[in-house]
Design a protein around this ligand. Structure first.
Ligand SMILES: Cc1ncc(COP(=O)(O)O)c(C=O)c1O
Length: 460
């Protein structure tokens, strides 16, 4: 995904342009086998990729394999992986514990569409981690947030969904609204427009989703007052992670919890990104605010495609009674549950979270030192296994800051330097790195060397 940001120039634009061209040429030269695959792929897949998020200039880098903290592309180049499958592979690639669990499960049958003990174990583990008593399984983050929207509407008999401006929650109709709206389509901050993210969504559905700014409880209070009795649910990432990382301001989540309760609105924390990466109980435990529903996917299933929806007993009653339907042939698939059980039970332990946090803090501190030394207009932000350099001279608190303060050209150039210096990173301006338990000091140093090369050249 990519969104155009508009920010004042602080570093010589000519130099950024020249370096970007150089680094882009270098990337193209050294990824010729990727180009060959891409040329074949575009004949059979739109954009040459299975999901549009994998698109990239000049073409996507096709990977061959991964082990621990490393991945290798089809040209044989080794990278330390900071992309980590869009924040999934906290366990490290080809993790032995997860591999053994999946192999053992394979030999006993991989799919029945009947419950197995794996789903019971994982539901118990998630209940313990997040403090929500009831769980159902899905196959992706998109399905988890879709179920959450159904549950919020079913619980309240209301139609309107509130979401945070500039947040991504998957690609179903109710949430493909105001994801990355352009500056000229935003509308007033206290009454943002509902902007569809692409085409294919009925206008009537788009209108049922309303955006509010992140980190502003007063704005939420006034929207809830205006739409009193109409709002079914508020879906939000407790810490925004799709426009770099924006943590919640002190007291914001507590106030959101109070306001949604006062107005009878179901509060959904979308923890697809944060859930298994920023602590044992995700943002819910880390910030100490419990929503009515938590949506999970990505890192919880150890690299297998699965998701989960956690809910209060009251919300769960809707499913139990059959009032809201929650279905899926592959929900709780034994192979995925075996992977989740091993990932959560054996790999992502309390010690692992402490280690991820410590490695992340070291990486951010060393980036801060480089930023300081070269006088770069940026800062670091991070939680748990996740972190990023935000290419803005001042802190971001919400999407409108992101649009007006982040230097997209500088971010893109940093990405190119990383890729050309053996650091595999997410394409685009808005993502962050994800560490795995396999990341060593030497791996972190590779990131720092790449970042320093970028800092030196761009300020030379
Ligand atoms: C916060 C959030 N919610 C939901 C999703 C959708 O998850 P999936 O891609 O598994 O459908 C994503 C994907 O990036 C996400 O970042």
């Amino acid at each position: 995904m990519s969104v155009e940001t508009r920010v004042p120039a602080t570093i010589d634009r000519g130099r950024i342009k020249q370096l970007t061209e150089q680094q882009m040429d270098l990337l193209a030269q050294r990824t010729q086998r990727s180009k060959e695959l891409y040329d074949r792929a575009v004949r059979v897949m739109p954009g040459g990729v299975p999901s549009s998020f994998q698109e990239n200039d000049p073409w996507p880098v096709y990977l061959e394999r991964g082990e621990g903290a490393k991945v290798w592309d089809v040209d044989g180049t080794e990278y330390v992986d900071f992309h980590n499958g869009f924040g999934v592979m906290c366990i490290g690639h080809a993790n032995g514990a997860v591999g053994a669990a999946v192999k053992a499960r394979h030999d006993e049958g991989t799919h029945f569409a009947a419950p197995t003990d794996g789903s019971v174990y994982v539901a118990e583990e998630l209940a313990d981690r997040f403090g929500l008593p009831q769980w159902r399984f899905t196959n992706s983050g998109t399905e988890s947030t879709m179920d959450a929207v159904h549950l919020a509407r079913g619980a309240t008999g209301r139609d309107v969904i509130l979401k945070i401006e500039g947040s991504y929650h998957g690609h179903h109709d109710a949430v493909m609204v105001s994801v990355y709206p352009p500056l000229d389509a935003l509308g007033e901050r206290d009454d943002p427009a509902s902007v569809p993210y692409g085409e294919g969504y009925p206008r009537a559905l788009t209108e049922l989703t309303r955006a509010v700014p992140f980190n502003d409880a007063d704005a939420l209070a006034s929207v809830l007052a205006k739409l009193d009795g109409q709002v079914a649910g508020l879906i939000m990432e407790p810490a925004m992670m799709n426009i770099n990382i924006i943590p919640p301001r002190e007291g914001y989540l507590e106030r959101v919890r109070e306001l949604t309760s006062e107005h009878g609105v179901i509060l959904v924390f979308d923890e697809v990104k944060t859930g298994a990466t920023i602590g044992r109980g995700g943002a819910t435990r880390r910030f100490g605010v419990t929503p009515d529903i938590v949506t999970l996917a990505k890192a919880i299933c150890g690299g297998y495609p699965g998701g989960a929806v956690g809910m209060s007993n009251e919300v769960a009653e809707l499913v139990t009674s059959g009032k809201v339907h929650q279905y899926g042939t592959f929900n709780g698939n034994p192979l995925v549950m075996a992977a989740a059980r091993a990932a959560l039970g054996e790999v992502l332990t309390d010690d692992a979270y402490a280690q991820l946090e410590a490695t992340n803090q070291k990486l951010m501190a060393a980036c801060d030192e480089i930023i300081e030394r070269y006088g770069l207009p940026c800062y670091t932000q991070g939680l748990g296994a996740k972190g990023c350099v935000v290419f803005s001279p001042e802190p971001l608190y919400e999407y409108r800051d992101y649009l007006t303060k982040v230097d997209g050209e500088l971010s893109t150039l940093a990405w190119l330097f990383h890729m050309n210096h053996g650091v595999f990173m997410t394409p685009g301006v808005e993502e962050e790195w994800t560490l795995s338990v396999a990341h060593s000091e030497a791996d972190v140093q590779r990131y720092l060397d790449a970042f320093e090369a970028f800092a030196r050249d761009v300020t030379a």
